[in-house]
Design a binder for this molecule. Structure first.
Ligand code: FES
Length: 316
């Protein structure tokens, strides 16, 4: 995969509205016929004119590198990035886009894939389904939304995928509803679970899949989980060379490290993109990101949102 530090000025070649206040955008390189390759689950950073960076999953066909496709839901309570894209981006616009990176890899060689999407969480999941289908690998896609009329990318799931692998669940069509507990209660041998969606959906799947073995559950969130309401407390970071960096209650670890002269790359500063990830040697972290798996949490740390109690030794 190309370095995500590469930023390409791509041209918008198609932009169409989809249900659910979603804008689907296709971008191409203005001179090259092929873009850097990507795996299902990958996302790109879109760089906005005010310096903001937003992450969007690639929902197109990973075998078609002539274009990238992203789907942007207008977030009414968002930080303004999606609104800017909806109001400004049109065919012919130039969009600075990073090379893809992947924090949500699909292990094609493993057993059957259970793919669960809530709303706009369909974007990485549909790319996974496309690849499983092309390779003839077993999968089930369950797509949960409030109603058929508000479901983005419905035509893609219906046209690009074998209908026998796809189940649509609409809140307002009782006969289609599916209870997550019963869906995930019985796990077929070697099955792997992949899921993506809004915070309530993520929490519900997390609860329903609590009995699945470690290493079989994979997810990507667009927002970090709800904080537990406990006010942040100060803590201390210790670097490999023994340097001590105090982190005040009202400062992020990332900001404290920057003040101490430790320059880490960062992008979302919201615990969802994985850019600021660093190694952790010892201590009691309070993980608040939406990127690290349970296993990775023993060794990795996201200083833009995560905190700790006492002294945290980082591999910096
Ligand atoms: S900068 Fe995105 S997770 Fe930290």
């Amino acid at each position: 995969m190309a370095s995500p530090r590469i930023i390409m000025k791509l041209t918008v070649v198609a932009a169409r509205k989809e249900p659910g206040d979603v804008l689907v955008i296709d971008v191409k390189h203005p001179r090259k016929s092929l873009l850097p390759p990507f795996e299902p689950g990958s996302h790109v950073d879109v760089h906005l004119p005010d310096g903001k960076v937003r992450q969007y999953s690639l929902c197109g066909d990973p075998m078609d590198l002539s274009r990238y496709t992203i789907a942007v839901k207008r977030e009414q309570a968002g930080r303004g990035g999606s609104a800017w894209i909806h109001e400004t981006v049109a065919v012919g616009s130039t969009l600075p886009v990073s090379a893809p990176r992947n924090h949500f890899p699909l292990d094609i060689g493993q057993g059957p894939a259970m793919l669960l999407a809530g709303g706009i969480g369909i974007t990485p999941i549909v790319a996974m389904a496309r690849v499983m289908e092309r390779l003839g690998r077993p999968y089930e896609l369950h797509y949960f939304t409030r109603s058929r009329a508000l479901t983005p990318l419905l035509s893609v799931t219906e046209q690009a995928l074998d209908a026998s692998n796809v189940r649509l669940h609409f809140d307002d069509e009782p006969e289609t509803r599916q209870d997550l507990e019963s869906l995930l209660a019985g796990r077929s041998a070697d099955a792997q679970l992949y899921y993506c969606g809004p915070p309530g959906f993520m929490a519900a799947v997390d609860r329903a899949a609590a009995h699945w073995p470690d290493g079989t559950v994979h997810f990507e969130a667009f927002q970090p989980p709800e904080r537990d309401g406990v006010p942040p407390a100060p803590f201390t970071i210790e670097l490999r060379d023994g340097t001590v960096v105090p982190v005040a209650a009202d400062t992020s670890a990332l900001a404290a490290l920057r003040t101490a002269g430790v320059l880490l790359m960062a992008s979302c500063e919201n615990g969802v993109c994985g850019t600021c990830e660093c190694g952790m040697l010892e201590g009691q972290p309070i993980h608040q990101d939406a990127v690290l798996s349970k296993e990775a949490r023993a060794l990795r740390f996201m200083p833009c949102v995560s905190r700790a109690t006492g002294v945290l030794r980082l591999d910096l």
